[in-house]
Design a protein around this ligand. Structure first.
Ligand code: GCW
Length: 677
């Protein structure tokens, strides 16, 4: 059935025209070498080509004769006298050459994982309709650690998950290895993901007990051939909860010894365990501040425990205290910047893209330019907690590209550095330290809750591999492999994807507005909510709309959050006249009558954007309807139904927000608008 299970590995759907090209280029195939990763590459090559060619293809283990496709490490391929390309520890090179009248298509790498990545790249190029003749590709990851973060609880509930239950069936592990674990690893290896943190950052210490470690080890064994390391979330109070200690104070020697022993035990189960991911002193989670210690004290204790084994600690910067007098957007910076230089080398500070919380649009987090001697890494949210869950179509590649490419800093020489440039790796084989994506994956047949949300998983992997990759190319690759490479389909669909996130911004939170979502679930609108226990959980705290105007004043006359940015940005964003419209109400509180660049007043502009958002979704529906000839009926119908939900809910957002703003401002809709309140 066309249920989306195969993700971007839909080999059967490859264009038929490729077969002639293939037959003229290749008469035999081999993947050389022995290890488990090579076996996985050989298996994938056989599965992939059998699907693409619609016949059983066998893949040998020795150098083939005639026109041939051969994959292997440079060592295995030494007989060919190849010039090694600069592929690094995980990259690959694909070339075609003539040898003694034969055509050879060669996939070469320094490592076995490079061979597997090269195999996937070769197959994916065919799925994208690219011919084998003349294939020349060299690729290596810029980023060292490319991780999914699962927010999966041990009872299989997925926090902010909209695609069913957790994939990890703890009850049946370690003895039953669901074949789906292998398919998960294949899908991730195909996009270069090389790490997975299995458990929720709102952590349960139980996962660190032997019963669970044995299960996690079984998953690690499945993932290992695919180059994927397992990480676990460490609950800071675990020494008390499962260790029987009276404290979790990171400066207490018994606590340190407990973590050391626990970590050694984990490495006995999982010899290549990647390390810990920690949410501490954030939203009620325990942490070092409970003992008057700081983030560095906490992170360093864990870092010392994993260091002898080569592990890392990813310590999250998502912190904000319940202090009404302080702008939430400033708090991570204030807690972390004073600790710059105090973290061990194997600590990475994991920073959400924006200073608040995965909103449809935020400026980048100022932490990305705030530290010099601390390794920073990115946390994106693949699951769409604030962008319409799995029913709204929003391609996030554009949002992530916007953050990664954002100018963050200027050097003394006047060179502009982007957010990506600020995540410097101290490993010479890479330029970027790490990127994490909060997974949108569950037990739904289509993994992500909707077909188009698969694109966000795909895009995360591709951008983690190469943060300079452009979002449009990635969307094209994905759409070609998921549906068809025909231009008549790709052009309009990629255009629809590219505009989709901005449509959500328009109908939910245009012009720099943020956190207008209803309480708790964050799905629908709730700008009127103003009575929650913590002020910074109330939408009204963020929009500050009243009779006079709207917006959060973070300029130098307000909370001064703007001063956490580099001087060139501070200057630009401190003045509404030079602040880009997209961030206007993030940084400024302005009169409803404020005159916009468009000539409209702010109030008219807000109405215009909400209305535009609805119109964009209407246009997306029309585009999709026209795609019926190119897509199987099953997937076409589901996507069409989801777009209908999105249109209905875009109207709901528009109507609810405008009705509320009309009430607080005492204004009517401008002429020409007729939105039912
Ligand atoms: O976005 C918020 C979510 C919480 C989440 C938290 C975090 C895991 O609403 O569900 O908790 O962020 O990132 O820690």
């Amino acid at each position: 059935a066309e249920d989306g299970y195969d993700l971007w590995l839909r080999y059967e759907q490859a264009p038929v025209e490729l077969r002639a090209d293939y037959n003229s280029q290749i008469s035999s195939i081999a993947v050389l070498g022995q290890g488990a990763t090579i076996a996985a590459a050989r298996q994938e090559m056989a599965t992939g080509l059998s699907g693409i060619l619609d016949r059983t293809v066998t893949v040998g283990t020795a150098m083939p004769r005639g026109n041939a496709l051969v994959a292997g490490t440079y060592d295995e391929l030494s007989g060919l006298d190849l010039e090694s390309a600069d592929v690094g520890p995980e990259g690959y090179a694909i070339t075609q050459m003539r040898r003694n009248g034969r055509v050879l298509t060669v996939i070469a790498a320094e490592s076995e994982i490079g061979v597997l990545y090269g195999t996937f790249a070769f197959l994916q190029h065919l799925l994208q309709g690219e011919p084998i003749a003349g294939m020349e590709l060299v690729s290596r990851p810029a980023t060292e650690h490319r991780l999914l973060n699962h927010w999966d609880n041990l009872d299989r509930y997925v926090e902010r998950g909209y695609a069913g239950q957790s994939l990890w069936d703890w009850h049946k592990l370690p003895d039953y290895l669901d074949p789906r674990y292998t398919d998960y690893a294949r899908a991730n290896a195909a996009i270069g993901v090389n790490g997975t943190s299995l458990t929720n950052v709102n952590a349960n210490a139980e996962v660190l007990t032997p019963q669970y470690l044995e299960k996690a080890a079984a998953l690690a064994d499945v993932f290992r051939p695919y180059g994927i390391k397992v990480y676990l979330t460490a609950r800071f109070s675990a020494p008390i909860e499962i260790g029987g200690l009276e404290t979790a104070d990171p400066l207490d020697e018994e606590v340190q010894a407990w973590w050391q022993t626990k970590t050694d035990e984990i490495y006995n189960y999982i010899p290549d365990f990647g390390g810990f991911l920690v949410k501490a002193n954030s939203e009620g989670q325990p942490g070092p501040q409970d003992y008057d210690r700081n983030h560095a004290d906490g992170a360093n204790m864990l870092a010392d425990a994993v260091a002898p084994h080569g592990g890392i600690v990813m310590w999250r910067a998502f912190v904000y205290a319940a202090d009404e007098t302080q702008d939430r957007a400033k708090q991570a910076w204030e807690e972390f910047v004073p600790l710059d230089g105090e973290f061990r080398d194997n600590v990475l500070i994991q920073v959400k893209n924006g200073p608040i919380d995965f909103q449809p649009r935020e400026p980048f987090s100022p932490l990305f330019a705030g530290v010099e001697d601390t390794t920073l890494m990115m946390e994106f949210q693949i699951t769409k907690e604030y962008l319409g869950f799995a029913t709204h179509l929003a391609y996030l590649g554009t949002m992530w590209e916007e953050t990664l490419d954002a100018p963050a800093e200027r050097t003394g020489e006047g060179e502009t550095l982007t957010v990506t440039d600020m995540m410097v790796s101290d490993n010479d084989d890479y330029t970027v330290s790490a990127m994490a994506g909060v997974a949108n994956i569950g037990t739904d047949r289509n993994w992500s809750g909707s077909i188009f949300d698969q694109a966000n998983w795909y895009a995360f992997g591709r951008l983690a591999w190469d943060p300079e990759q452009d979002a449009e190319t990635v969307a094209r690759e994905w759409a070609a492999m998921t549906f068809t490479p025909e231009a008549e389909f790709l052009d309009p669909v990629v255009e629809m994807m590219m505009g989709s996130r901005e449509a959500v911004v328009d109908y939910m939170t245009p012009l720099g507005l943020h956190h207008l979502m209803a309480t708790g679930h964050h799905y629908g609108p709730g700008p009127w909510v103003d009575d929650l226990g913590r002020p910074d959980w109330n939408p009204a705290y963020y929009h500050k709309a009243d009779e006079e105007g709207i917006g959060f004043d973070r300029s130098s006359t307000g909370s001064d959050a703007v001063s956490q940015y580099a001087p060139f940005l501070r200057e630009q964003w401190d003045d509404p006249a030079t602040t880009p419209d997209e961030l206007l109400l993030w940084f400024h509180h302005l009169s409803w009558d404020y005159e916009m660049g468009s000539g409209r007043t702010l109030w008219e502009e807000i109405v215009f954007y909400y209305e535009r958002g609805v119109q964009k979704v209407e246009a997306m529906r029309t585009t999709w309807d026209e795609m019926a000839p190119y897509v199987d009926a099953e997937r076409h119908a589901q996507i069409a139904d989801f777009l209908a939900i999105q249109e209905k809910e875009a109207r709901w957002w528009r109507n609810a927000c405008l009705a509320y703003f009309m009430e607080v401002s005492g204004r009517d809709l401008p002429d020409g608008y007729d939105v039912p309140p």
